[in-house]
Design a binder for this molecule. Structure first.
Ligand code: ADP
Ligand code: GLC
Length: 484
């Protein structure tokens, strides 16, 4: 089975969120199970730096407004899987994030930048980009890669099937309809059953409408996206698909996130040797300038600071939480209003609240290892990875019952504590009061070390590897190939 993953990000080269972690870890897990897996990435500066010495597979020439486009082939640093890189200096060699300029504005030529990525994927599928290798499955991730599904369906004489994974329905890749001619697609696709979305052009719809199978990153989110509340305007399109969206829960990279081997943390530990976790907690309090308070409930947040993540609920509950003995350590970047609100909280509560506005991978590991609780109070959450990192590190998640959070954390009700399955604290309503209620239960339980430890043991034992999800994707691929 030959599989091509198409994506805009991959950890550790380019990362704006969990997508990068998934694209780094799922392909090697599939390769370990015997699949012939390759990646296709845009030639962003960090990617080009990492694949120096790459071989040119084909000189594509000029397309999508770029004068010189080449397809390179190299090996990914780390797991060494083959990676195709679209080298289009005019479109990709620039600073800022993959999607936005340094001022936070969407790049004005994102349509060309990500149409090109999908177009190259379709040519690989059609066997006319690399005569030596063509995929059976083109697996496109998020709107950035979604055009692959439209180009494969429309252009490529191929037997390849397409899988489109929605990591976040809120980011849709919407463009002006007058740019349609640049895509080189038949005008009949410029309709509501094609890419048109309320007078605009939607890359997300290219995936939803044309992929042979659409998946998302948890079973709960797969159900939610078909509802008005979570469908981001596309629930009708999703309900209209003949086959429903399949939910396959993400795993985590257990080599990168393992307290027993983590080089970033103060002392390594595992479920049998938890004194290392106490050392990490103390070291974190010291590093952050938090009071060395043994009795505090040290709550960490490592997150994009956006409305999706529900952190305004936590800010609203904060005075009461602090009064009950919570300490808060935040690391994130995002909306200026949320950044400012967290900075103010730190100023108002020295020694109890510490906020780092920034992105820092090693520091994220120290927060996850040192905290008692990791809070993810999201309004919606397709999967969420940080609560799973928390589970692995015995840092109990405090989450809202939504999307992948609902699928990964077992609330510490008396029944679930009694049967040993409880792993964290879950609340329902998107309200500060509901969050406070769950936090109060965490505070109470932390005063009972034996029961707290039982939750940690259950959390750390939870199966989180990519092996199961990789098998689930393989079963889906096999079904599609058999149908082709
Ligand atoms: P999302 O993709 O919606 O942002 P996820 O929980 O799936 O949410 O993944 C977020 C990823 O980004 C995790 O690996 C998390 O550790 C990381 N992350 C988010 N913000 C930061 C930050 N400020 N510093 C370091 N890592 C961060
Ligand atoms: C998205 C989602 C997040 C998910 C990640 C990886 O960014 O917001 O919930 O974990 O993709 O699939």
């Amino acid at each position: 089975m030959k599989v091509l993953h198409v994506a805009a990000e991959v950890f550790p080269l380019v990362k704006t969120g969990g997508l990068a972690d998934v694209v780094a870890a799922l392909p090697p897990a599939q390769a370990q199970q015997g699949a012939d897996v390759r990646l296709l990435l845009p030639g962003l500066p960090a990617v080009l730096d990492a694949v120096q010495g790459a071989r040119c597979v084909i000189d594509i020439g000029s397309c999508f407004g770029a004068m010189r486009v080449r397809l390179l082939l190299a090996r990914m640093p780390g797991h060494r899987l083959p990676v195709y890189v679209v080298d289009a200096p005019y479109l990709y060699r620039r600073g800022g994030s993959p999607y936005q300029d340094p001022q936070g504005e969407e790049w004005p030529d994102n349509l060309q930048r990500f149409a090109l990525l999908g177009w190259v994927a379709a040519h690989l599928a059609a066997e006319d980009a690399d005569p030596q290798w063509a995929p059976d499955i083109v697996h496109a991730h998020d709107w950035h890669a979604a055009m692959a599904c439209a180009y494969v369906a429309e252009h490529a004489p191929t037997r390849a099937a397409t899988v489109y994974t929605v990591h976040n329905l809120a980011f849709q890749g919407l463009f002006q309809m007058h740019d349609w001619p640049m895509l080189g697609l038949a005008s009949r696709l410029m309709s509501p059953s094609g890419l048109e979305y309320h007078g605009q052009l939607s890359f997300m719809k290219a995936g939803l409408a044309f992929a042979d199978a659409v998946t998302t990153v948890s079973p709960s989110y797969a159900r939610e996206v078909a509802t008005h509340e979570f469908g981001c305007g596309l629930d009708g399109v999703i309900r209209g698909r003949i086959e429903p969206v399949v939910g396959i829960l993400n795993g985590i990279d257990e080599a990168v996130w393992d307290p027993a081997t983590d080089p970033a943390i103060a002392q390594r530990y595992d479920a049998e040797r938890m004194d290392g976790k106490r050392a990490c907690r103390l070291a974190l309090q010291r590093e952050l300038g938090l009071d060395a308070d043994d009795d505090a409930l040290l709550v960490a947040i490592v997150s994009r600071l956006t409305s999706q993540k529900g952190l305004d609920l936590l800010l609203a509950a904060l005075p009461s939480l602090l009064a009950q003995g919570v300490q808060l350590a935040v690391q994130g970047t995002g909306e200026p209003a949320l950044e400012a609100a967290f900075r103010m909280a730190q100023q108002a509560h020295p020694g109890r609240v510490q906020v780092h506005i920034g992105y820092d991978e090693a520091r994220a590991h120290r927060l996850v290892a040192g905290a008692d609780v990791i809070a993810v109070p999201s309004r919606f959450e397709p999967c969420g990875l940080t609560q799973m990192y928390g589970l692995r590190y015995g840092t109990l998640p405090l989450v809202r019952r939504v999307g992948g959070l609902a699928d990964t954390v077992v609330d510490a009700t008396p029944e679930r504590q009694a049967d040993g399955s409880a792993t964290g604290f879950v609340f329902d309503a998107p309200s500060a009061a509901a969050l406070e209620g769950a936090a109060a239960r965490a505070l109470a339980l932390r005063r009972d070390p034996a029961r707290w430890r039982a939750l940690q043991v259950a959390a750390m034992a939870r199966e989180l590897s990519w092996a199961g999800p990789a098998r689930a994707y393989r079963a889906l691929y096999e079904r599609l190939c058999a149908a082709a």
